[in-house]
Design a binder for this molecule. Structure first.
Ligand code: TXA
Ligand code: MG
Length: 322
């Protein structure tokens, strides 16, 4: 069995070498502030094809292109509306992906043959170091979906990446360890191809933040069919069955705010003190349920209109999973 290189000491020199590996077509799993991504040179068709193989993901599902800074937006997108520029200015680097009309650089193998491209500047020092080194040697962007097998829970630690996809990577591929992810759920995806922003996937950048930044009311108008694999109903699912907002009974796993007590015989998987912490620990708690071989997990839905919307979204998809 081939084993990817696992890099815990990510020095500047190591990032320069990693960028060269990317340029030569290798895959690199790297941390972002949301979840770990599985990266490839976004202009290299063969390398991108390997992402789909490793993830076992249908090839018509588009990938997000990660870029080093807002200045690189024009390379990948055209007809960028003013409100998208406001969003980029206010929230990049950060947990937000903008869907824009594609430029000629964004080929069908990135966009799933759609005429749009997803762009994001991640807010993580390692991801930005890798993107900057890649840019220095002529790289235009890194295509990176979450580093999990299709339909499964996204990894928020390098160890989880190794467990998810390590066996499908080659010894020339790399996994960069940048510690646990600070946000813990995937970026907010915003469709910017209409007259007003439209949220395709909720995340840490909330509807309220988007409206404040753009001065526009978020549109829920469906202009055309857009494929977002993360919006499939049974995404983000562990092997254990997830049950929402029930009273847990003995032998079941339990995820709830710290203020809620653990009934006798129940296996407590997470006790976050607030919603940000809930988002941060959610996926590792679901993974732990699988490690412990639990068949059922009860999760309480947090109340609120910020990151709580994203947590409820992922929980309800996890609950639909099995
Ligand atoms: O936080 C994140 O966004 C993470 C980190 C690694 O950046 N990435 C991530 O990628 O979650 P992925 O591939 O697991 O989810 C990205 C979603 C997919 O559901 C994909 O269909 C959608 O973004 N997407 C990408 N490009 C798109 C496009 N042009 N139009 C519509 N949806 C798009
Ligand atoms: Mg994903």
């Amino acid at each position: 069995m081939s084993v990817p290189q696992f890099l815990s000491n990510c020095t500047a020199d190591a990032m320069a070498l990693a960028a060269v590996a990317l340029k030569s077509g290798q895959l690199i799993a790297f941390p972002t502030e949301t979840v770990y991504g599985l990266g490839a040179d976004a202009t290299n068709k063969q390398a991108v094809a390997r992402i789909y193989e490793v993830k076992s993901r249908p090839t018509d599902h588009p990938l997000i292109v990660h870029i080093a800074s807002t200045n690189e937006m024009q390379k990948w997108a055209s007809d960028i509306p003013t409100f998208a520029v406001s969003l980029a200015r206010d929230f990049w680097p950060g947990p937000m992906t903008l869907i824009l009309r594609r430029s000629r650089l964004a080929k069908d193998f990135i966009t799933g043959s759609q005429n749009t491209v997803g762009l994001r500047v991640p807010n993580h020092s390692l991801a930005l170091a890798l993107l900057n080194e890649f840019s220095k040697i002529g790289g235009a962007g890194i295509a990176a979906p979450s580093a999990n097998r299709f339909g499964r829970v996204s990894p928020t630690t390098a160890k989880a990446v190794q467990e998810e996809i390590g066996e499908f990577l080659s010894e020339k591929d790399l996994i960069l360890d940048g510690g646990p992810c600070a946000v813990g759920v995937e970026s907010t995806i915003i469709d910017c191809t209409g007259d007003a922003p439209r949220i395709l996937r909720p995340g840490a950048i909330s509807a309220e933040m988007i409206e404040r930044s753009t001065g526009l009311i978020i549109s829920d108008h469906r202009i055309e069919e857009i494929r977002v694999s993360g919006s499939l109903e049974n995404h983000y699912a562990p092997a254990a069955k997830v049950i929402l907002c029930d009273i847990p009974t003995s032998g079941q796993g339990f995820i709830a705010m710290a203020s809620q007590e653990t009934p006798e015989g129940v296996i407590r998987l997470a006790s976050p003190a607030n919603s940000d912490e809930y988002a941060r620990v959610l996926y590792s708690a679901l993974r732990r349920a699988d490690e412990l071989g639990l068949s059922e997990v009860v999760a309480m839905q947090p109340v609120g209109i910020g990151i709580e919307v994203a947590i409820r979204d992922r929980l309800s998809r996890a609950a639909n999973g099995r």
